[in-house]
Design a protein around this ligand. Structure first.
Ligand SMILES: O=C(O)C(=O)C[C@]1(C(=O)O)C=C[C@@H](O)C=C1
Length: 376
């Protein structure tokens, strides 16, 4: 058997050759980049990559090495694409990102819409985000709020996007894709649920509980302790409180905020009933113009990718290669295509930074239906 030192010396000499071949290959792809720059041809050429992978894997018989060869060449081509995007950026040839930088969010004579009723958590989030909420109104559904922005009836909408214990508000993720509205801010507020009954009711009277499905979920453990109660989903916690007030029945209760107890003159039968004492919800502020603040530090995007091994890995490599810090990834089913997904990613950065431009350009070229949801 050969001595380890001897084998390593041989590996070292193979690696040396590999590095020099890698340098040679990258130099050639730089020439390709120049060609593409002058002809306007796209960097990513899927057909050429597939042809290449087919060719190089057919040169190897061993199944394990075949797979390794495939991965190696996928990676090589991905590195060459990234270099080409960099060159495009250096030459200022990259397609501009259609977002306009603003020094401050327009706040004069603004009209703000939220979903629900007076006392809704969305209203609280709105009051914390905006200094002046005198010109605000509420609508029945999240879609109505998005529609109001799209039609120019309101300047900003406030929509819940994620709860710390119940997770994402999936409907609003889907609406962000459907509507061409843009996220310009976020507001996190603590969510402290109470059980509210009509005046004079007692806990032992309750048979039916009304609330938004998210709030019912957030109080799962408490509701498990009262299994005989019927649970009814309602469009909003404040709307549920309003219903209990209007029906005036001792057997009905709503799960909603303490504020709604005051607004609808209901009795607080129990308080802090959510599973998680640090329960909070993140709301996004959405507007109709594609704008971002100079000091915005977070970007939300979404894209679709083919249902192929490694495709997500390749998209995420754009963040790694550009030294960008990703802080969230979510997926939602595509609907019409079973078991295929749209990915939502939040990462740190500002649309003015070249690393961000590079990464977004690469993802846009290589993914389907790429969309920047906002920089805030
Ligand atoms: O041949 C090209 O068009 C290249 O840009 C080179 C290359 C490669 O590295 O082999 C890189 C990106 C393309 O998607 C296809 C192939």
């Amino acid at each position: 058997m050969k001595d380890l030192k001897e084998i390593r010396a041989e590996i070292d000499s193979v690696d040396k050759e590999l590095v020099s071949l890698y340098e040679k290959r990258m130099a050639l792809t730089e020439q390709v980049a120049d060609y593409k720059l002058s002809t306007g041809k796209k960097v990513f050429d899927k057909a050429r990559e597939e042809e290449k992978l087919e060719k190089v894997t057919s040169m190897v018989d061993d199944p394990f090495l075949k797979r390794g060869t495939r991965e190696l060449f996928e990676h090589l081509m991905s590195m060459s694409r990234k270099r080409q995007y960099q060159k495009l950026a250096e030459k200022g040839i990259m397609e501009p990102i259609p977002f306009e930088e603003v020094a401050a969010l327009p706040d004069k004579n603004i009209r703000i819409v939220y979903q629900g009723e007076e006392g809704a958590y969305s209203q609280m989030a709105m009051q914390q985000f905006f200094h002046d909420t005198t010109n605000s109104y509420h609508v029945q559904t999240w879609r109505d709020a998005m529609e109001a922005i799209a039609k120019g009836e309101a300047d900003y909408a406030v929509l819940p996007i994620e709860n710390s214990s119940a997770g994402i508000v999936s409907e609003n993720y889907d609406l962000l894709v459907e509507y061409d509205n843009c996220i310009v801010g976020e507001q996190i507020i603590p969510i402290d649920h109470c059980l509210l009954g009509t005046k004079g009711s007692k806990l032992s009277d309750i048979e039916q509980v009304y609330s938004h499905p998210q709030a019912l979920m957030q109080c799962g453990r408490y509701l498990d302790e009262h299994r005989n109660w019927e649970k009814h989903s309602f469009k909003n916690t404040a709307m549920a409180a309003k219903k209990v007030k209007e029906d005036g029945l001792l057997r009905q209760a709503a799960i909603a905020s303490r504020l709604t107890a005051d607004i609808y003159r209901l009795d607080i039968l129990d308080e802090h009933i959510q599973d998680n004492s640090n329960n909070c919800t993140k709301f996004v502020i959405v507007t109709g113009r594609k704008i971002f603040l100079k000091n915005a530090g977070k970007i939300s995007i979404c894209f679709e990718i083919p249902h192929e091994s490694g495709s997500l890995y390749h998209m995420l490599s754009h963040f790694i290669f550009n030294d960008l810090n990703m802080n969230k990834i979510e997926s939602r089913p595509l609907g019409e295509r079973n078991w295929e997904y749209r990915f939502f990613i939040d990462f740190e950065g500002n649309l003015n930074e070249s690393a961000v431009k590079n990464a977004l350009h690469g993802i846009k070229e290589e993914a389907e239906n790429f969309k920047i949801l906002g920089n805030y």
